[in-house]
Design a binder for this molecule. Structure first.
Ligand code: ADP
Ligand code: ZN
Length: 719
């Protein structure tokens, strides 16, 4: 097909993003070849860009079919704020408004038009015929599962879409959904009569959502504590009944929280009003039944709490999925108690329908199993949806709690005797190298003759590292102070070495790292500036009467408060700042950053930001990480951080940031940077205060713990 712009160029200049996510790029290329696509992607995965980018690459107008009026308006508002000519047609508009939009289409002035499915064929005007007269280049069917009776949200109006291919045989169709099951998928393909199509499936994992399940007993106090810790965040609390939402919202309000109830029993006006206040961050906590959330596109929902047990995993996953659409750290917390199970078992009894009852009870049982499992919650969820997953995710309560201990006496004896034989004068990596029988030049000749040299060949290096850390944790070893900490024995280790005392340690877990952890890019930002930027954004949003997250997302603000751009031509580097937004909103945000930097003596870190310009998807990442690599290589040549910084004309913090990255990948070991006793202080602080603000952590830790040590430890914990 003829294109008028390249996808990457649109991604950067209009949407202000550097890289495509998941398989967005593949999908877009496929569509631009004139072919059909069926896209399964989890909520927050970035489905919209899959048709918005091609819409801007192609010469005509893209018709987006969407079932929810609220969502349509939100999407169109977002596009218009990025300078894209977009509009919607639905029953909420007067006929003169509608004909004005049709006029614009005739003049080829619109790039995207959102319509409700019934609008396509219904109405006085033959809309499909009208579309034949203008230049339509693409059809996008959002929430495509609505076409299927097998889906959880069947809408008969969607059936009219079956006619599309017949009337427009040469115009590509993209169908998008966040529903994963194969019955629905096949139904979408059949109903739409797509021809030259490909199905694009993505993992349903939501790596930025952390899952926690807590006991329900006395949950109100725990909930209040939780909300206190998330004072500035916006979230949803789901309850089973309308009455429960009213009561909880009221209790929370009397405890000083900004909360409102939402359920289908309220007047439509009240519901719309409350939803609007929530979108605009004027109500922080929505206490709702499951009636709330469909069509809520709010990207900065930071937590979803289930005060009552959901009926099934599908519901739980969909509701928790409303958190963290912007890709930032978000949490799903469920309070689980046996009372709820009894209650829901009662609800699952469908009169005169034992078959249906059986299905509902089975689904409830699976939900209970998720709550009761001792292994990884994420794995359970993904397996439920037919996906493979590693045993350990590091982002759920079961993974984050310590595993059970095992008899590890022999392993401990090997490590401790090595430490003893090399006279307690070497660091952790050296000890492990000896155990492994490494032929590295670093190992002294006399040590290669020791009986312990190579006695640990049977286990991978990572495992020996793990066991050594465990020995430190349980005080069978200690670490000396100073820049190069060495391992030393303790009274406890002598019991093991000479009195055959048994040692119990946790087994190592298999950690598979697939990509840069999300958290890495976000951990050192200026919290105060972030809050000021939020205020500015809210002010602009109020003036323009749109939700704040449409002006700029939280991740854009985080980028601003991390990289501190000081000039207008730094702004294209900031995620979410397309050309139009830079012109329209750049100045006030820049000014705020400049003032903040002046007042606090800060310099811009924009040069740390990888440049957006990319040609091929993988190559630039390599290039951008070169600078980190160089620091690593120097470090591996036993150079100190200060030394590397001096040689490379970089700030010490920059080099620390480089090296901390390799802690997250496992190439460097935390014990080489932070002595064990300090780790034990920093870790609980990170649990308590989160990892987003180093300053907050620094303020709450003893003086002698440096920023560098905190930074390294945060990287270590985000593994
Ligand atoms: P979905 O419709 O799949 O739930 P959205 O299309 O609403 O998800 O996208 C979720 C968020 O992710 C939006 O804020 C969107 O702007 C952002 N996003 C999408 N693609 C990218 C990308 N390639 N880079 C950065 N952010 C993206
Ligand atoms: Zn897990």
């Amino acid at each position: 097909m003829t294109t008028i712009a390249a996808p990457h160029q649109i991604l950067e200049s209009v949407f202000g993003y550097r890289d495509f996510r998941h398989n967005q790029e593949e999908i877009i290329t496929h569509l631009l070849q004139g072919k059909d696509a069926v896209v399964l992607m989890p909520t927050g995965g970035g489905k919209s860009l899959c048709y918005q980018v091609p819409a801007l690459c192609l010469p005509g107008v893209t018709i987006v079919v969407s079932p929810l009026i609220a969502l349509m308006k939100d999407q169109v508002d977002a596009l218009v704020l990025s300078g894209v000519k977009a509009a919607f047609l639905n029953s909420s508009q007067s006929s003169s408004e509608q004909s004005a939009i049709m006029q614009q289409m005739r003049r080829n002035e619109l790039k995207l038009l959102y319509v409700a499915p019934e609008r396509l064929v219904g109405g006085e005007i033959q809309f499909l015929r009208f579309l034949q007269e203008i230049n339509v280049c693409l059809f996008a069917i959002d929430e495509a599962h609505c076409i299927s009776q097998w889906g959880h949200d069947f809408r008969p109006e969607y059936r009219v879409l079956s006619q599309l291919k017949e009337v427009f045989p040469t115009i590509p169709i993209i169908a998008l959904t966040a529903t994963a099951d194969s019955l629905t998928k096949n139904d979408i393909i059949q109903q739409l009569h797509v021809v030259d199509y490909r199905v694009f499936e993505n993992s349903f994992n939501r790596p930025n959502i952390y899952y926690y399940i807590k006991p329900k007993k006395g949950y109100y106090d725990a909930l209040v504590d939780y909300l206190e810790e998330h004072k500035d965040d916006s979230g949803i609390i789901y309850c089973l009944s309308r009455a429960a939402t009213e009561k909880l919202a009221e209790d929370l309000r009397s405890d000083g929280f900004s909360a409102a109830a939402y359920h289908a029993g309220l007047e439509k006006n009240t519901r719309d009003e409350r939803q609007d206040l929530f979108l605009k961050d004027d109500i922080r906590i929505m206490v709702a039944t499951i009636a709330f959330g469909m069509g809520i596109n709010k990207s900065n929902v930071r937590f979803v709490v289930h005060a009552d047990l959901p009926k099934n995993i599908e519901g739980y996953y969909q509701e928790t999925g409303r958190a963290g659409r912007d890709g930032l750290h978000s949490e799903a917390v469920l309070f689980f108690g046996a009372g709820d199970v009894m209650k829901l078992r009662g609800f699952a009894q469908v009169e005169n329908n034992p078959e249906q009852t059986k299905i509902l009870l089975k689904k409830l049982d699976q939900m209970v199993q998720l709550c009761e499992t001792k292994s990884c919650r994420r794995k359970y969820l993904l397996n439920y949806f037919g996906e493979q997953a590693p045993d350990y995710c590091g982002g759920c309560d079961t993974c984050l709690n310590k595993p059970e201990l095992q008899d590890s006496t022999i392993v401990a004896q090997k490590i401790l005797s090595t430490v003893s034989r090399i006279k307690q004068s070497f660091g952790m990596r050296y000890v492990v190298d000896i155990l492994k029988g490494s032929n590295s030049e670093k190992i002294r000749e006399e040590h290669k003759k020791l009986s312990v040299f190579g006695i640990g060949k049977d286990k991978p290096k990572e495992e020996w590292m793990h066991y050594t850390r465990e020995l430190l944790h349980y005080h069978y070893l200690k670490q000396s102070e100073g820049e190069y900490p060495v391992l030393q024995l303790t009274d406890k280790s002598n019991e093991v070495l000479f009195k055959n005392e048994k040692v119990f340690l946790s087994a190592p877990v298999q950690i598979t790292i697939t990509k840069e952890p999300v958290i890495y890019q976000q951990y050192a930002y200026e919290k105060e500036l972030f809050e000021q930027l939020k205020k500015l954004r809210n002010q602009i949003a109020h003036e323009e009467n749109v939700p704040a997250y449409l002006i700029l997302s939280d991740s854009s603000l985080l980028d601003l408060s991390t990289y501190l751009p000081l000039a207008k031509n730094d702004l294209p580097q900031i995620s979410g700042f397309g050309a139009f937004k830079i012109e329209k909103y750049g100045a006030p945000f820049l000014e705020l950053v400049q003032d903040f930097c002046n007042a606090n003596n800060l310099v811009s870190k924009i040069e740390l930001k990888q440049p957006k310009k990319t040609k091929k998807a993988s190559a630039p990442r390599e290039r951008a990480s070169d600078t980190k690599r160089i620091s690593l290589e120097l470090y591996n040549q036993d150079r100190s951080i200060a030394d590397i910084a001096a040689e490379r004309h970089l700030a010490v913090t920059t080099v620390e940031t480089h090296l901390s990255y390799y802690i997250t990948t496992g190439e460097l070991d935390i014990n080489d940077f932070v002595p064990y006793d300090k780790q034990e202080l920093i870790e609980p602080a990170v649990t308590k205060y989160g990892r987003l603000s180093l300053k907050l952590l620094k303020d709450n830790l003893p003086e002698e713990i440096s920023y560098g040590e905190i930074r390294m430890m945060v990287a270590h914990l985000s593994r």
